[in-house]
Design a protein around this ligand. Structure first.
Ligand SMILES: CC(C)(COP(=O)(O)OP(=O)(O)OC[C@H]1O[C@@H](n2cnc3c(N)ncnc32)[C@H](O)[C@@H]1OP(=O)(O)O)[C@@H](O)C(=O)NCCC(=O)NCCS
Length: 147
């Protein structure tokens, strides 16, 4: 399977939005993705047959980096695509001498929490009842890793 990774471009948005809408809760709109591109965030896409199948977006600041979004097309999950995207992000931020990566994740998002655990992220904070869900409220976990 030939999967390539490169910077996101406008024509990726159609498939990126499809991936975003496969989540239980799609948070990002087209405008949000466009703003990340305009802001020159770290925004990488993996493509299979020229179609986006996975993406990662991170805000790289002077001393730290925040992962803003990460998604893998449902039929392509559990094939280590997210691991590869994360691995490459870590290499990139290390090369910029950045010392910490952090992110926010729903407490019930076991797949994502396990993924970050594998990359040695720890829970560094919690925002109780941060998310409004269909069934009530849910905590946001803040996870971080020192590089
Ligand atoms: C979370 C997500 C990005 C993982 O992508 P992926 O490419 O399937 O992940 P990988 O194949 O690289 O998996 C790496 C590790 O993550 C964990 N993991 C991934 N999917 C999992 C699942 N469904 N259940 C439990 N753990 C899971 C496992 O520890 C896995 O390692 P293993 O395969 O050795 O068990 C993907 O499920 C997704 O797009 N989810 C919806 C969007 C989302 O939640 N984004 C994160 C927002 S913070």
């Amino acid at each position: 399977m030939q999967i390539t990774e490169s910077d996101a471009i406008e024509s990726d948005f159609k498939h990126i939005l499809l991936i975003e809408h496969q989540n239980e809760v799609a948070l990002w709109s087209l405008k949000n993705f466009q703003e990340s591109l305009t802001a020159k965030d770290y925004f990488k896409v993996m493509r299979f047959n020229d179609e986006a199948v996975a993406f990662i977006i991170a805000k790289v600041m002077n001393y730290e980096c925040e992962i803003l979004n990460l998604g893998v097309e449902i039929s392509m999950r559990k094939k280590k695509l997210a691991s590869k995207l994360l691995h490459n992000l870590i290499d990139y931020v290390k090369s910029r001498n950045i010392k910490q990566i952090f992110l926010e994740v729903r407490a019930s998002n076991i797949a994502a929490v396990n993924l970050y655990d594998k990359f040695k992220f720890n829970e560094i904070g919690c925002r109780p009842n941060y998310y409004i869900t269909e069934n009530g409220k849910e905590d946001a976990l803040i996870m971080g890793v020192d590089l």
